[in-house]
Design a binder for this molecule. Sequence first.
Ligand code: ZN
Length: 204
Amino acid sequence: MFFSSKNTIRGIIAATVCACAMTISAFAADIAAIAPVGASAAEGTVLSAQQVDTAAQAQAQAEAERAAAAQAAAEAARRTLLNYQPVYGGMVRFSTAKSASEVITANGRALGSYKLSFYCPCEQCSGHWGGRTSSGARATEGRTIAVDPRKIPIGSRVFIEGFGDFIAEDVGGAIKGNRIDIYVGGHSRAQQLGIQYANVYIMN
Ligand SMILES: [Zn+2]
């Protein structure tokens, strides 16, 4: 019993030493891989302080290059966004093709899930406002949404998952907090679209 537990301890020590040796050799291989040609350490030799410095510098440079590449990719994505076509409008309908792309999730400001309702220019939906919006813009299906301006500033470009791009250009008495009212051209369509929930992003 005593003997066997001693053996177990020896085994653990041996395994630990072995694991350390593997870690060190993996580290040496890493350094050899990133060190400039000619500076690679021959097997079994100890790296000089200068070689370690050179390796660290090479690693720092590689990291800086990766960071610069990531920044360039983010900038390219942002430029793609800035070259967005204006939101002209069109028929509002749900489509899974209008899910948030990587560009949108990376560059938009995610507002979380919003309750969506739909309104039209009829008296029941818009009272005396008709097709006029609070911002002065003419209400246009596929472009106009009513928002709570404390959540989404008027004029914001807003991506609504499943529905696409809109402009916040109207408000509504019942549209407070995480709610958006999406303008459509006719009352029956507004009713058909009902109430939905979707993730929302501010894109500017
Ligand atoms: Zn209506």
